[in-house]
Design a protein around this ligand. Sequence first.
Ligand SMILES: [Fe+2]
Length: 290
Amino acid sequence: MFDFENNYSEWRENKLTHKVSQASLKPVLIADPSSLSDAELALLKQHCGQNNFALYRFSDSNISEKSIIATMARQFSMYELDQNLCADNDSISSLEVMDLGRAQGYIPYTSKALNWHTDGYYNPLSQHIRSFLLHCVRNAAQGGENMLINHELIYIQLYDTAPSLITALCQPDALTIPANIENGVEVRSAQSGPVFYRDPSTNTLQMRYTARSRSIQWKQDKDLLRAVDIIEELLADSEYVLHYTLQPGEGLVCNNILHGRSAFTNGNIPQQQRLMYRVRSYNRLFSQIK
Ligand SMILES: [Fe+2]
């Protein structure tokens, strides 16, 4: 296994050779999500090892019980789940348009576009989201396309432009997210951290990023600001950006790669009200055998 720092050129070559293209994007078929076959697991593991993500499709698209999604997630090593502010008691969030309650102030619970980000970029590094799963229960009438890019490919493009850009992004105070205050009460403290870093528990390259420009602070460092501009350009126009609209019974599982979502329009019938289940975990995919 090559390392992104110690064997950069071999690691780079390996990543570029095995990167998936838009034309070759294909979900792995899953017959029984409660108990995946060795072949299904091996294929998903291979996709995640090469591209940091995999798409899957249930043979029976009507299967959508949360308990089954949770059982499937454990087979991907997603054991420690993140209980975020809007998750249900089972740590699975139901992402749908919410007109009432706490979730309504958060863009994932609206039909608006979601700009590029990694999940939990506002978490302390001790609670970094190493993987997440999105399962489509219902689709919108229009829109709701996901855009994806393996962050390792962004690392490669920046490193090949100038290694100093990577050094700048690895600074521990590169990106600061101010505290989250709800009704005068601090529900999360300010978080400073790097954009790229080596995860100490898995020794792999992780990314922490948001494309939002309000309520975040970039360190005012020349190389860093240049790197941020280049990331923006890459995300706007890169052959490595993939697009996929999940259909009912399909899902995405990934090592918290960079992603976003286009705006969508729900239809007038219940079957066209977009609903996604989201599971977030502190575990990297296929990192543990239990
Ligand atoms: Fe997200």
